[in-house]
Design a protein around this ligand. Structure first.
Ligand code: AMP
Length: 190
């Protein structure tokens, strides 16, 4: 199996690139943000719980997020691998992912981080907020909060996988195709 973590701050292009990578490498794309939005759209108890955190730009608690992720992975037997997008976002989530994959006799192949500076991210997210319908994209204060949470809680996950030589950075600025080319090169060299 190939199990990739597509990493980077909000608005770095993870979701867009993951959709293109899925076609090329036949992997299953799991975005915890998309899973939460689906639950919210259906007004489920999980969705209602997540909404309170998402609207403020905070992380949904690990226990909730890890449980949801495990259910999703378990519902995809016999696949060639996964692209995790927006997960893991904390060290406990990374530890839980490692355990889960180990129980399936596999592991994280690589964490690829899309490198984009803060000003570009805020501009991209505000632009996306005009059409995405996402409350957390429409408000600059919430966007800044998400970046702050990324820096304090999520960026340590990069260092966590760097300890086993699995983390790498890709320049996340440029055309969609340029960035896709850089990602494909990195994956082909794994
Ligand atoms: P995203 O679509 O990845 O930008 O995620 C949108 C929001 O969903 C985040 O700001 C969090 O509130 C929540 N979320 C998504 N993934 C996670 C995660 N792995 N851990 C905690 N919260 C998450």
């Amino acid at each position: 199996m190939i199990n990739l973590i597509l990493f980077g701050p909000p608005g770095s292009g993870k979701g867009t690139q993951a959709a293109k990578l899925v076609d090329k490498y036949r992997l299953v794309h799991i975005s915890t943000g998309d899973l939460f939005r689906y639950e919210m759209g259906n007004d489920t108890p999980l969705g209602l719980e997540a909404k309170g955190y998402m609207d403020k730009g905070q992380l949904v608690p690990d226990s909730v997020t890890i449980g949801m992720l495990k259910n999703k992975v378990d519902s995809c037997p016999d696949v060639e691998g996964f692209i995790f997008d927006g997960f893991p976002r904390t060290i406990p989530q990374a530890e839980a992912l490692n355990e889960l994959l180990e129980s399936m006799d596999t592991s994280v192949s690589a964490l690829i981080s899309l490198d984009v500076h803060d000003d570009e991210i805020v501009a991209r997210l505000l632009e996306r907020g005009k059409t995405s319908g996402r409350k957390d994209d429409a408000n600059e204060e919430v966007i800044r909060k998400r970046i702050e949470v990324y820096e304090s809680e999520t960026s340590p996950v990069y260092d966590y996988y760097a300890q086993s030589g699995k983390s790498m950075k890709i320049n996340g600025i440029g055309s969609l195709d340029d960035i896709f080319g850089r990602l494909s090169d990195a994956i082909d060299n794994l």
